[in-house]
Write a protein that binds this ligand. Structure first.
Ligand code: UD1
Length: 465
């Protein structure tokens, strides 16, 4: 199993191009199940989650091709932007098996497309993961509102669309409320919106998730012929159509990868220029960075979702109060990285988690590196310390691992972050990216230097964000 060995203390300096978003890639790939025409996605990150989604889609009759011009980069070099073309050739399988779903919770986003196009879907219930219970009740309620019957059988959710006047199985447009205890649901919104594109009549989704990845999915579905209004706001209206065609779309850049690199520049007192940066989707995060004494400069340009910005810090970090919320609030996926940063602030910060209140497994590991953290319910009081010290630590989920890597970049001495397969799920060669910015970081396998992983060369992963 791979680990990262990091020697901290080097300021990160240089340029980083933000990759396409993982959280856009997965539901957009699943949307290819809605048509038998080719769907081309550009700037798809090279991640184990994307490879897992390809495997799942192949089982469901949807093949993914890479154009022949693409190549695997030499060890340690980032890959060029990747284009995938997906095409559904077999329209009958409806079962997303537990063996696949448990490796990647986001597999649940095939539910809406399968049900809409095939009239039936059988998807293993994903179960909880390191960051919480992760129910899918809102997905099921939303699809039931569109007329689907929902049963549970052997750990699978089995959904069946009602029969229309001609005897065909087809969902029916309806008013759907997607608010839950912790706000809306991102993948639940993706499922209901995708399902509604082929339903009979109009669907109104109230309390929809507003994440930019939902807006990106709507862009793809619209390019495929769907009629959608309001995606990116809490109220989405979908007018069902009879069929969808192919489309070609470049993914929105990954705001969480961008935020992680910004935090890396900040924690090391470096200066990094990010290109293809979705700064417009990161305002809650950059607001906290600024409050903490980090400089974020935007270069003039028309497209704030693909901006160039420079992140630097040359003064001590100040404390800040952070509360995670659904978009456009502070993203839960940047909470662990922000905790690592504020651990080195001069003063006390409070971080409150309102999206996944149990998402604090990194607290114990950061404490092993000298952070002073008091965890009480959904909040952590972070009492800033002068320095962190390197230690062997264990990654527990994707974003928690990123927080540990950031702490390692700033810590005195050597940090070993074990189980980095979590990171490989959602960051494209993070070790290579950080090394290209001057970090002293190397990947080792069982204590030996490791070559970058080849396609499919990943240990099974615990499901997570
Ligand atoms: C997505 C993101 C993940 C991010 C999360 C919150 C992808 C692939 N993953 O996950 O990176 O951390 O949004 O921004 O896009 N909930 C329910 N019932 C449901 C569904 C969710 O109670 O049916 C709760 C969850 O337990 C959680 C909150 O709602 O407390 C938000 O979860 P949700 O938005 O659904 O997260 P995901 O879409 O799974």
């Amino acid at each position: 199993m791979d680990a990262f060995v990091i020697r901290g203390g080097r300021p990160l300096v240089g340029q980083f191009r933000v990759n396409g978003a993982k959280n856009a890639a997965l539901p957009l790939m699943a949307a290819a199940l809605l048509t038998d025409q080719p769907v081309t996605l550009r700037d798809v990150p090279d991640l184990s989650d994307v490879r897992n989604m390809r495997t799942l889609l192949a089982e469901l009759g949807c093949e993914t091709q890479d154009p022949p011009t693409q190549f695997t980069p030499p060890p340690g070099r980032p890959s060029p932007p990747r284009t995938l073309t997906l095409r559904t050739t077999v329209g009958t399988p409806v079962h997303a098996r537990y063996e696949l779903v448990r490796t990647m919770r986001a597999s649940v986003c095939v539910l809406g497309p399968l049900l809409a196009r095939r009239g039936r879907a059988r998807v293993a219930m994903p179960g909880g993961c390191a960051i919480g219970d992760r129910p899918i009740d809102l997905h099921l309620r939303g699809l039931a509102a569109l007329g689907a019957s929902v049963e549970l059988d052997a750990g699978d959710a089995v959904l069946t669309a009602p029969r229309g006047p001609g005897g065909e199985r087809r969902l029916v447009g309806a008013r759907v409320y997607l608010g839950g205890r912790f706000g809306s649901t991102v993948l639940g919104t993706a499922n209901v919106m995708a399902a509604a594109t082929l339903a009979r009549g109009r669907t109104l989704i109230e309390c929809a998730a507003c994440e930019p990845e939902i807006a990106d999915l709507a862009r793809l579905l619209t390019a495929m012929g769907a009629r959608i209004d309001g995606a990116g706001t809490p109220r989405i209206v979908v007018d069902g159509v009879d069929r969808l065609g192919g489309a070609d779309l470049t993914l929105v850049p990954d705001r969480i990868e961008a935020g992680t690199i910004m935090a890396a520049a900040a924690i090391t007192g470096g200066r990094v220029t990010l290109t293809n940066c979705p700064i417009d989707a990161l305002l809650a995060f950059t607001d906290i960075l600024t409050a903490a004494g980090v400089t974020v400069e935007e270069e003039p340009g028309a497209d704030l979702m693909r901006a160039t910005c420079v992140v630097s810090r040359d003064t001590p970090l100040r404390p800040a109060h952070v509360t995670t919320q659904p978009h456009p609030g502070f993203p839960t996926d940047l909470q662990a990285q922000t905790m690592a940063l504020l651990a080195l602030a001069r003063g006390n910060s409070v971080i409150t988690e309102r999206v996944f209140p149990q998402r604090f497994l990194h607290v114990a590991e950061l404490t092993r590196m000298g952070a002073r953290l008091d965890h009480e319910g959904p909040s952590v009081v972070v009492s800033g310390v002068d320095r962190l010290v390197g230690a062997p630590v264990m990654a527990s989920d994707l974003r928690a691992s990123a927080g540990l890597v950031l702490a390692g970049l700033a810590a005195q001495g050597e940090t070993t972050v074990r189980r980095v397969y979590h990171l490989d799920r959602g960051y494209e060669r993070l070790d290579a990216a950080l090394a290209s910015l001057g970090a002293d970081i190397r990947r080792v396998r069982d204590g030996q230097p490791a070559a970058p992983p080849a396609v499919g060369d990943f240990a099974p992963v615990a499901a997570g964000a």
